[in-house]
Design a protein around this ligand. Structure first.
Ligand code: CO
Length: 160
């Protein structure tokens, strides 16, 4: 296990469109495990490869804060269906202490390759759908603060 350095807003790697992953091997799986450990250490629910300096299309989400059994490693993910719209408050490991309201699709379908090179389809809603959309934006060089409303510093709007 190794903890990786989180890149923060202003680092050019967060503005790049990431390249597709070409090779799914032990080295990539080790990197994904390091990403996951870094995310847990920072109490995040999602992380994208560019946030730790690798400009490749890989994200991990795990919105279950209690037992950490909801881990999804997504390689070359693509959202193929979106439905509805909902606004909620978000934060980001790359934007410490900032929170803001972001409109996202309520339900999505995402297709991706697993860490063991299997094609997967996941239908998601609620926080999981929000988190996936947030992480996939990172792969296209987008930060939530670029699209958020009512940005606040220090605490979530809902905790005001
Ligand atoms: Co983020």
């Amino acid at each position: 296990m190794a903890l990786l350095e989180i890149k923060t807003a202003g680092d050019p790697v967060l503005k790049k469109v990431c390249e597709p992953v070409q090779k799914i091997d032990k080295r990539l799986r080790n990197f994904l495990d390091d990403m996951y450990d870094t995310m847990i250490a920072k109490e995040g629910i999602g992380i994208a490869a560019p946030q730790v300096g690798e400009s490749i299309r890989a994200v991990i989400v795990d919105v279950d804060r209690n037992d950490r059994k909801g881990r999804y490693d997504m390689i070359n993910p693509v959202i193929t269906f979106r439905e509805g719209s909902v606004v909620d408050n978000e934060g980001c490991l790359s934007c410490p202490d900032l929170f803001g309201d972001v409109e996202r699709a309520e339900k999505i379908r995402v297709e991706y390759i697993s860490r063991f090179n299997k094609k997967k389809t996941l239908e998601a809603e609620g926080l999981l759908a929000r988190c996936i959309q947030h992480e996939l934006d990172h792969l296209d060089g987008k930060l939530f603060i670029d699209i958020a409303q009512n940005i606040t510093r220090g605490k979530k709007n809902s905790e005001k």
